[in-house]
Design a protein around this ligand. Structure first.
Ligand code: PMP
Length: 389
C-alpha cells in the first residue's frame, strides 16, 4: 500500500467520536458533545431562509459578503472598541475550524516552533505539524488553569513563530483576565511571535464577566490573528460561519490559504449572521443569562449528588474534578463507566492533552433543556457512592 500522510494517517479515533458512539450504543444522554438541543434563535434562522429564497445563491465574494464583513467590524467596534477595516482586516470562513487552519498555515513554516496550551483544542496540533511546525506544549492545571510567567519562560525563544491561545478556554471554561493576556502579550513582543487567538466562545461568558480580545492588548494589534465563530455566538453550531480578523499583512496571507481550502461560504447564512451581529446588546446578555441558568441547574444537581464542580466562567461546559472523591479511576475510565452503567455521556479532559495529561477532570455540556439535565442528574444520583462501596 502506498503510504499516506502520517500527520493524518496516524491520528487516533478521537475520544469525542468514541464517546458519542458509546452514547448511541447505550442509548445515553449525551452531555459530551458541545451543542445546544434547542433549535436556536428563530429570527436569525428566518433571515437565513429569507436570504435563500429571495437572495443571491451563487459564489459570494471570497472574503465574505460585504454586509457581513461590515457587521463583524461594527460588532467588535461596539463591544470592544476595536477599529477594523472591513475590507482589509476581516475575512469570513467556513467555521472557526477553517479560520484556525487558514491562520496556522499562513504563519507556520517548517522548523518554526509553535506554543500551545494543554488542554488543547483538537484541530491545532495536526495542522501545526502539517505546516512543518514543532508544537511546544504547556500544561494548564485545575482548578484555575492560569498562565504563569515561569511556564511561558520555559518554552518561548527566538524560534517561537506563533502561539495558539484559546480564550474562553474549552474545556476548562475559563475566561482569562487581563493580567494573563498582558503576560502572554509581553512574551509575544519579546520574541516577535504571532498570536493566533481562538475566541469562538467570546460571547458565551457568565456572571458579568468581560471577554477581552488579545488583539486589544497594547502591542498586539499587528501581531494577533483573532478567530471567531457565529456557530457559538448564536448557538447554531451547524452553520459553520467563522471569522478571521487581523492586520492587513497577516490577513492577506490567511486569505490565500482560505482561497484553496473552501474559497467561500454559504451566502444565505452569511446574511443571517450579519443580521444577528447587529442585534442590540440585550440579545447577547439574555443568551448568557439563559445559559448561566442551565449551568447553575447542572452545577447544583451535580454538587447535591457529591461531585466537586469547578467554576464555569464561560462556554457550554462545566468540569468536575474527580480527585477528591477517591474513586481510584482515571477520567476516561470514569466516563466509560458512567456511559454504560448510568447512560450519561461526558468527555474526559485528558483527551485534550498529548503529554503529561491531567487525568482527574471530566467535562459536561449544560447547553441542554432542563428536562434533559434533570434526567441525566437522576441517572447519575448514585454514581459517586456506588463505586466507593
Ligand atoms: N475552537 C474551539 C475552542 C471550539 O470549541 C470549537 C468548536 N467546538 C471550534 C474552535 C470550532 O468552531 P466551528 O464549529 O465554528 O468550526
Amino acid at each position: 500500500m502506498t503510504s499516506m500522510n502520517k500527520v493524518f494517517a496516524d491520528l487516533p479515533v478521537t475520544i469525542f467520536e468514541a464517546m458519542s458512539q458509546l452514547a448511541r450504543d447505550n442509548n445515553a444522554i449525551n452531555l459530551g458533545q458541545g451543542f445546544p438541543d434547542d433549535p436556536g434563535p428563530e429570527d436569525i434562522r428566518r433571515a437565513a431562509a429569507d436570504a435563500s429564497i429571495n437572495g443571491y445563491n451563487q459564489y459570494p465574494s471570497m472574503m465574505g459578503i460585504p454586509e457581513l464583513r461590515q457587521a463583524i467590524a461594527a460588532h467588535y467596534g461596539r463591544w470592544h472598541g476595536l477599529k477594523l477595516d472591513p475590507m482589509t482586516e476581516v475575512m469570513v470562513t467556513s467555521g472557526g475550524t477553517e479560520a484556525l487552519t487558514s491562520a496556522i498555515l499562513a504563519v507556520v513554516e517548517p522548523g518554526d516552533e509553535v506554543v500551545a496550551f494543554q488542554p488543547v483544542y483538537d484541530s491545532y496540533l495536526p495542522i501545526i505539524r502539517q505546516a512543518g511546525g514543532i508544537p511546544r506544549l504547556l500544561r494548564l492545571e485545575p482548578p484555575d488553569w492560569r498562565l504563569t510567567e515561569e511556564m511561558l519562560a520555559s518554552v518561548f525563544n527566538h524560534k517561537t513563530k506563533a502561539v495558539l491561545f484559546n480564550n474562553p478556554l474549552n474545556p476548562a471554561a475559563v475566561v482569562y483576565p487581563r493580567q494573563d493576556l498582558e503576560l502572554l502579550a509581553r512574551f509575544c513582543q519579546q520574541f516577535d511571535t504571532i498570536a493566533i487567538c481562538d475566541e469562538v466562545w467570546e460571547h458565551v461568558i457568565f456572571d458579568g464577566r468581560e471577554h477581552i480580545p488579545l488583539i486589544t492588548i497594547p502591542g498586539m494589534r499587528d501581531r494577533t490573528i483573532k478567530v471567531g465563530s457565529a456557530g457559538k455566538i448564536f448557538s447554531l453550531t451547524g452553520w459553520k460561519i467563522g471569522f478571521v480578523c487581523a492586520a492587513p499583512p497577516l490577513l492577506r496571507v490567511a486569505a490565500k490559504v482560505h482561497q484553496f481550502l473552501t474559497f467561500t461560504t454559504a451566502p444565505n447564512l452569511q446574511a443571517a449572521v450579519a443580521y444577528g451581529l447587529n442585534k442590540p446588546a440585550d440579545y447577547f446578555y439574555d443568551m448568557r443569562k439563559d445559559l448561566a441558568r442551565s449551568r447553575d441547574r447542572l452545577t447544583k444537581g451535580l454538587e447535591s449528588i457529591g461531585f466537586p464542580v469547578l467554576k464555569s466562567q464561560g462556554t457550554y461546559f462545566l468540569t468536575v474534578d474527580l480527585s477528591p472523591l477517591g474513586l481510584n479511576e482515571t477520567d476516561e475510565a470514569f466516563c466509560r463507566r458512567i456511559v454504560t452503567d448510568y447512560k450519561v455521556a461526558a468527555i474526559p479532559v485528558s483527551a485534550f492533552y498529548e503529554q503529561d495529561a491531567v487525568t482527574s477532570v471530566v467535562r459536561f455540556c449544560f447547553a441542554k433543556q432542563d428536562a434533559t439535565l434533570d434526567t441525566a442528574l437522576e441517572r447519575l444520583a448514585d454514581a459517586v457512592h456506588r463505586r466507593k462501596r
